[in-house]
Design a binder for this molecule. Structure first.
Ligand code: NAD
Length: 362
């Protein structure tokens, strides 16, 4: 099997889909690995390290795409990459098709076998390839939110932890899953006042017992959302309905009642966002101001910490990549239902029900 690893080109992206260590594993299992030159540089991996691990390096992205049976990426292909996809090729990456109808159309037209990291399922029904990036995005949400609360960035000038004799900032996290729980952990660690809302009482019970009253857990309903959002200095959106477009949980009217200079970080933007006033931003221009609130909605937040993110991502993808190499793509998918759940497109059809519904195919 030939595996192609293109350099990521999304604005500010620093991750790479394969470390030299994963490369060595694939080569030892019999794969040929073709990596675009400098693909790993912003994550701290040099071309020499990939060469030593057995990869062939090429300068031209088009050659990587053209020669590979399996393209291993981090982010979904961008418009400028659409022409590079080869008919019938396999693509293993984050796809987020529910928020990407144009890409979905292209994958169908080119009959791409699109295996989405975010819908690969573990034996426990969880999403092991989404988890590490969600953990990172959750932690970063507090770091980034604290930064944009600073007066010099148009924020209210609230220090999340406060100091003795002052009120700490109030961090409200909507969604208590992987990203939400890690946002809670960071916010509590900084000494903020933290409230977290979810529909799943088990998630709330887990956080309640972990923080023993240091964090307020609330059912995510209209009344609780209205009162919490109005009092938030930093609001974090961390909601997910697997594979589907994110539901609008926080309305524009709620945002309009926040104190001026507050900050919103909507982690769920890659699935369309869960806050009505949100639209995607980029690492180049990460925030915009609406209703007096700094809105941050970068769909590839983990790129802020390319080294940790690449290590976190590839340690999760490695077992699946190894399976695809060892068994071949078709046998690997037939033998591993969890990996097969990652297939979003094949033979010109959408194969994931939630994605099909979100795109109006079902
Ligand atoms: N922006 C980025 O860079 C980035 C990085 C990683 C992940 N993400 C995205 O972050 C989002 C969250 O991912 P996750 O891994 O934390 O998901 P998760 O499944 O672990 O958690 C989502 C939580 O949302 C809760 N939820 C659903 N509907 C709700 C509602 N109406 N109110 C409150 N809670 C509700 C669920 O019960 C669940 O606990 C996803 O869209 C994911 O793709 C974005």
């Amino acid at each position: 099997m030939k595996i192609g690893v293109p350099k990521e080109i999304k604005i500010g992206e620093t991750r790479v889909s394969m470390t030299p260590s994963l490369c060595r594993r694939c080569v030892s299992l019999g794969a040929k690995v073709l990596i675009q030159k400098s693909a790993g540089l912003s994550a701290g991996f040099t071309d020499a390290e990939y060469r030593a691990a057995g990869a062939a390096l090429v300068a031209d992205a088009a050659i990587v795409w053209k020669s590979a049976d399996l393209i291993l990426k981090v982010k979904e292909p961008l418009k400028s990459e659409y022409g590079l996809l080869q008919d019938g090729q396999a693509l293993f990456t984050y796809l987020h098709l529910a928020a990407g109808p144009d890409l979905a159309k292209l994958l169908l037209k080119k009959r791409i076998l699109g295996i989405a990291y975010e819908t690969v399922e573990g034996s426990d029904g969880a999403f092991p390839l989404l988890k590490p990036m969600s953990q990172i995005a959750g932690r970063l949400a507090i770091q980034v939110g604290a930064y944009f609360l600073q007066s010099q960035h148009g924020g209210s000038g609230v220090l999340l932890g406060g100091i003795p004799g002052t009120l700490p900032g109030h961090v409200v996290v909507v969604g208590a899953g992987n990203s939400g729980a890690h946002a809670v952990q960071m916010a509590a660690g900084m000494g903020a006042r933290v409230t977290v809302l979810d529909l799943d009482t088990r998630k709330l019970e887990g956080l309640d017992s972990e923080y023993r009253g240091r964090v307020v857990t609330l059912m995510s309903n209209l009344a609780n959302l209205e009162s919490c959002v109005a009092d938030a200095d930093l609001l974090v959106g961390a909601v997910l309905i697997p594979a589907a477009k994110a539901p609008t949980v926080v309305t524009r009217a709620m945002v309009a009642k926040m104190r001026p200079g507050g900050v919103i970080v909507d982690i769920a933007i890659d699935q369309g966002g869960c806050i009505e006033s949100i639209r995607p931003t980029s690492h180049k221009e990460p925030v915009y101001r609406e209703h007096g609130i700094n809105h941050y909605a970068v769909p590839n937040m983990p790129a802020l910490v390319g080294r940790t993110s690449t290590q976190g991502l590839t340690q999760a993808t490695e077992p699946y990549v190894a399976l695809l190499v060892q068994k071949g793509i078709e046998t690997a998918l037939a033998d591993h239902p969890g990996l097969a759940r990652g297939v979003n497109t094949r033979d010109g059809r959408i194969t994931n029900d939630a994605v099909a519904r979100a795109l109006g195919f079902a």
